[in-house]
Design a binder for this molecule. Structure first.
Ligand SMILES: Nc1ncnc2c1ncn2[C@@H]1O[C@H](COP(=O)(O)OP(=O)(O)OP(=O)(O)O)[C@@H](O)[C@H]1O
Ligand SMILES: [Mg+2]
Length: 251
């Protein structure tokens, strides 16, 4: 189904990124509708992080065009950065600052008006108020990831790019994290979420599957399963990988 351009949070085509001789992203087209949770799947090194970093203007593409939240991905990256929240693959906050100090720091960097109010709202929304004075370095994985989510929401973005946000987090904390994601999507936020967990992939409205920098499947969970002829996503993942490995050997 064709989607109207104004309904798309991400609308890019032909995105390419080379690192010397390596082609990390090899001409990807991707459309994600506003309010959609798109799962970004693919084996290690398939180009997920590189693609995410190009979308939010942290890496300049070698090719491609399109828009992110209506802004041109090549020429308007500053505007995009203000409306996008990016949660990096590794915990990237100050371990020797408390939760509240970390959030206040982020709010200052964004130059947020009513800074203290925003910080307190974000503590409250993510259930962090009771722990606000705990040093970030002493938090367990689940709480660290909550702090990261709070920090990337503080400037009220419209699109969240989450790069393996729940890696190493226990199942209960992961479930709570996903409940939060769905609550936010119902309020209109759009998500592109890289994950290696297939139970999380099943919770997405759509899936984009990367392999060697190419988008090899894109659609709903059911559509992607149908395309591969498999009945669960773990098998789909392995099917696509072994197919690609075989094609590489045959070359
Ligand atoms: N700054 C860089 N310089 C050189 N090569 C890079 C750089 N960043 C990524 N690459 C290479 O680009 C390819 C894609 O890497 P990328 O980190 O985007 O994959 P990924 O899908 O996020 O993997 P993972 O699941 O392990 O996080 C890999 O071969 C990687 O080694
Ligand atoms: Mg990555």
């Amino acid at each position: 189904m064709e989607m109207a351009a104004e309904d798309l949070a991400i609308n890019v085509s032909g995105m390419v990124k080379h690192f010397g001789p390596i082609t990390a992203v090899n001409g990807i087209d991707l459309q994600v509708q506003k309010g959609e949770i798109c799962g970004f799947l693919g084996p290690n090194g398939s180009g997920k992080t590189t693609f995410i970093r190009m979308l939010c203007g942290l890496l300049s593409p070698n090719g491609g065009e399109g828009t992110c939240l209506g802004y041109n991905v090549i020429h308007e990256s500053e505007a995009i950065k203000r409306k996008v929240g990016y949660m990096t693959q590794r915990f990237s906050f100050y371990e020797d600052l408390s939760i509240i100090e970390n959030l206040d720091f982020v709010a200052r960097m964004y130059g947020i008006k009513n800074r203290l109010q925003s910080v307190h709202e974000s503590l409250e929304n993510l259930g962090l108020t009771k722990r606000k004075n705990q040093l970030a370095g002493t938090l367990s994985g689940g709480w660290k990831q909550r702090l990261s989510l709070a920090a990337c929401l503080i400037h009220k973005p419209e699109l969240l790019l989450l790069d393996e946000p729940t890696a190493g987090v226990d199942p209960k904390a992961r479930r709570e994290f996903w409940e939060e994601i769905h609550r936010l999507a119902e309020q209109g936020l759009t998500f592109l979420i890289a994950t290696h967990y297939m139970d999380e992939a099943e919770r997405c409205h759509s899936l984009a599957f990367l392999l060697y920098g190419n988008l090899i499947a894109h659609g709903t969970v059911d559509e992607v399963m149908k395309k591969s002829g498999k009945t669960n996503l773990e098998e789909v993942f392995i099917h696509f990988m072994s197919k690609a490995e075989k094609e590489n050997l045959d070359k």
